[in-house]
Design a protein around this ligand. Structure first.
Ligand code: URA
Length: 306
């Protein structure tokens, strides 16, 4: 198997040297590769793969193996559609003042500021969207995630993909609806990768730049508490050197600008690790949140995942 993988790698290197940036690999092949490489190969969703394929010029996509090298050489070098800035040196974090008025007026103004932020716009790939928080401006609970993924940058709304569906279920299990809470992210654009597929966590620089926007959302909504979903959200809210592994702070009350914060597992982690123990552990965190908000808790709810 090792020699087959080496041949694949050599062929990929050859293609890359010839200027090819993306190849289409079926989900089945990706799964086999992942198994064979013990998880080193990254499996991306079919949707992401299709999007990547759509970015390859038709002449290259439809070339036969014999035509391939010639077609590639003939292909004019095009200006990459990747954003100019790749998460480094984003400049001074934004400073702004919100108008006086009610929550809605202040939130509307903040949303406008974020959607028109030149740095955010510069970092969002053409055709996709900056993602600002959504939800109930009178919410007691503010769920804070990491950064938009492929589905979110397409829809311009946080947590609308698979992780979002699980977050909705978690909210429902608490006896609430998505409309009852506020949902935001540490970052307002999808952290970009040169490959255009897959996700990466935000850099400290990206977190530092977007933090004023998150802080302002917390100031407008004034929730009773924040649930930090995953280590990146917790690091963004509690500070980059506040812990080494999520386990050190998970399930414990901390603070962000005087608002109580409880960190728990990110829904994507729970989707990847289908263990009852992790689900129960995340659920116990949410029970603490419900208690602190004074939400009713039935015996049935107390027993979930036991
Ligand atoms: N993961 C996040 O952290 N945020 C989203 O909006 C979607 C997935």
């Amino acid at each position: 198997m090792r020699s087959q993988i080496n041949s694949i790698v050599d062929e990929l290197k050859r293609l890359r040297k010839n200027g090819l940036e993306h190849i289409f690999v079926s989900n089945e092949s990706l799964r086999s590769l992942k198994l064979a490489t013990k998880g080193i190969a990254q499996v991306v969703s079919e949707k992401e793969a299709k999007r990547a394929v759509a970015a390859i010029p038709e002449r290259i996509r439809s070339a036969t193996p014999e035509e391939f090298d010639r077609v590639l050489k003939e292909e004019p070098k095009v200006e990459s559609r990747a954003p100019r800035n790749k998460g480094q040196d984003l400049g001074t974090p934004p400073g702004f003042q919100l108008p006086k008025g009610d929550k809605q007026k202040r939130w509307d103004a903040l949303r406008e500021i974020v959607l028109n932020c030149p740095t955010c716009q510069e970092n969002v790939r053409e055709g996709y969207q900056i993602v600002f928080g959504v939800g109930n401006l009178d919410a007691d609970i503010f769920f804070c995630g990491e950064a938009p993924g492929a589905d979110e940058e397409e829809k311009g709304e946080p947590f609308v993909g698979k992780a979002g569906q699980l977050l909705d279920k978690m909210i429902n299990a608490m006896g609430l609806a998505r409309e009852d809470v506020y949902i935001g992210n540490i970052m307002n654009w999808r952290p970009q990768l040169p490959t255009r597929v897959g996700n990466r966590p935000p850099t400290l620089e990206e977190i530092r730049f977007c933090l004023p926007y998150l802080k302002a959302q917390v100031e407008v909504v004034k929730p009773k508490l924040i649930v930090a979903l995953g280590a990146t959200a917790a690091k963004g809210l509690l500070g980059p050197s506040s812990f080494r592994s999520l386990g050190e702070v998970k399930g414990e009350w901390r603070e962000f600008e005087k608002t109580p914060v409880l960190a728990t597992y990110h829904p994507s982690y729970l989707l990847r690790n289908d263990s009852k123990r992790d689900k129960r552990s995340a659920w116990e965190d949410l029970l603490k949140v419900m208690e602190r908000c004074g939400l009713p808790i039935s015996d049935r709810q107390r027993g979930y995942f036991l």
